[in-house]
Design a protein around this ligand. Structure first.
Ligand SMILES: Cc1cc2nc3c(=O)[nH]c(=O)nc-3n(C[C@H](O)[C@H](O)[C@H](O)COP(=O)(O)OP(=O)(O)OC[C@H]3O[C@@H](n4cnc5c(N)ncnc54)[C@H](O)[C@@H]3O)c2cc1C
Length: 406
């Protein structure tokens, strides 16, 4: 067993939100350590777009310029119902330095954040899993396992991750950005409250030979939503909301069939797919954002539909707020930090999940908006003040109550 008093904050999880949290803390001079149980960053581009607000935050770290060169800028979001184009939202209305969505693989973002962290002499500790926490008024003790791959060999060659060694660290605070299944949230006994029904999606990433539109396209069908993302490098991604009873990973035939039914305007028909998956998205919010000296962030706290990429992007902003509050607590600014973070986070998510105070439709809004405004909100890649400006273009109103932070 070893102890560690060289660090003030331990970040658990090197997904986009954990990396951003560690970076924001390091920028504020906080001594931070970051652990990740996997052995490398994700290879897939799950959450594939950055909102203008995220780009503004990344600009503060000198990252936005390079990232924009690596991604694809989309200026609009267009809405369809089968063959009809219903309306659009134009990001030019934001008068921002980044009036667009940036389509970028999640792995590219993570690599850039990791590199920036290295400038602060903070290395992600891959293959390190947080196992358990014990906290008191002085700090948090965390049990960590270093993992290694062991070969199980004969009779069929296979390998498995095993614990190489265990250690214990003592830190002032823990920020757990350990994802949807957050072990930390569970060990704190913090439950999720569900807001609305879960959605299941078939996702297909494929070589796309057609003309790349400078917009993301959302198809509002009866009881299902589908979305097309043009991606850099001649790729496209379609996600189709399907029945909850689906359990099998879909193939190319299903892909072509869904396209014909839901987006007959789409061409050329895909000839192959790079990968496909079936994934379920809940609409949930943890009832607390942590306890005492252990705080939660990102998917560990919230989940929503995938279309507007809100969970990751709002999570990136939460990282800034956590860093500000934690740095203040560490400098003797009191223990009110978690309460401040929690109140801001929960207020915003109550609005985004339609619990209270969220966007509403004007009487003059087009009929496709009036029909079900609650359905539109998770589909818009934006949050905070930007979301209000974007929604106003389709006859909706939204004034966020939580203070925007970065
Ligand atoms: C297949 C798939 C498709 C997706 N598609 C979309 C989409 O279309 N749109 C969208 O908005 N979102 C999508 N998402 C969700 C999106 O990836 C997340 O919102 C985003 O990654 C959240 O970032 P995060 O940093 O909070 O959590 P994650 O990215 O989940 O990162 C958490 C990290 O913590 C690590 N970890 C967990 N427990 C421990 C531990 N005990 N010790 C150390 N490390 C630990 C995990 O290995 C992981 O790397 C998708 C997710 C998946 C899996």
């Amino acid at each position: 067993m070893s102890t560690d008093r060289d660090h003030q904050v331990l970040v658990v999880g090197a997904g986009p939100v954990g990396l951003m949290t560690a970076l924001c803390l390091a920028e504020r001079g906080v001594k931070v350590r970051i652990l990740e149980k996997e052995w490398r960053p994700t290879l897939h581009s799950f959450a594939l777009a950055l909102h203008p607000e995220s780009l503004r935050t990344l600009e503060e770290f000198g990252l936005a310029h390079d990232l924009t060169k690596m991604g694809r800028k989309l200026e609009k979001v267009a809405f369809y119902e089968a063959g009809d184009r219903l309306g659009e939202i134009d990001y030019a209305a934001l008068h921002s330095a980044h009036p667009y969505l940036l389509v970028l693989p999640q792995s590219t973002l993570e690599t850039a954040l990791e590199e920036k962290l290295r400038h602060h002499k903070v290395q992600v500790e891959w293959n390190h899993q947080a196992l358990a926490f014990h906290q008191d008024s002085q700090g948090v003790q965390v049990e960590i396992a270093e993992l290694e791959k062991v070969s199980l060999g004969y009779p069929i060659a296979r390998s498995e991750w095993a614990i190489r060694r265990k250690s214990t660290v003592n830190v002032d605070y823990v920020v757990a950005a350990d994802g949807y299944r957050s072990m930390t949230r569970q060990s704190l006994g913090i439950r999720y409250a569900d807001y609305g029904h879960a959605q299941t999606f078939f996702v297909f990433e494929f070589p796309y030979a057609g003309e790349m539109p400078a917009e993301m396209r959302i198809v509002l069908g009866k009881g299902h939503t589908s979305v097309f993302w043009p991606i850099e490098g001649g790729r496209g991604r379609w996600s189709f909301e399907v029945d909850m009873s689906e359990t099998e990973t879909p193939g190319i035939d299903q892909f072509r069939k869904l396209l014909k039914e839901r987006a007959p305007w789409f061409s050329p028909a895909p000839e192959s797919i790079y990968w496909s998956t079936l994934i379920r998205f809940d609409r949930r919010l943890a009832v607390n954002c942590g306890e005492g000296r252990v705080w939660l962030a990102g998917d560990a706290v919230h989940a929503t539909g995938p279309v507007g990429i809100q969970s990751m992007n709002v999570g990136l902003r939460e990282a800034g707020l956590i860093a500000r509050n934690l740095a203040s607590s560490l400098q003797g600014g009191g223990e009110g930090g978690l309460a401040g973070y929690e109140s801001s986070c929960r207020t915003e998510w109550h609005e985004l999940l339609g619990v209270e105070g969220g966007p509403t439709a004007d009487a003059q809004a087009p009929s496709w908006v009036q029909k079900d405004p609650g359905r539109i909100i998770p589909c818009i890649p934006g949050s905070g003040e930007d979301l209000g400006r974007l929604l106003s273009q389709i006859g909706m109103q939204y004034k966020p109550r939580a203070a925007s932070s970065s």
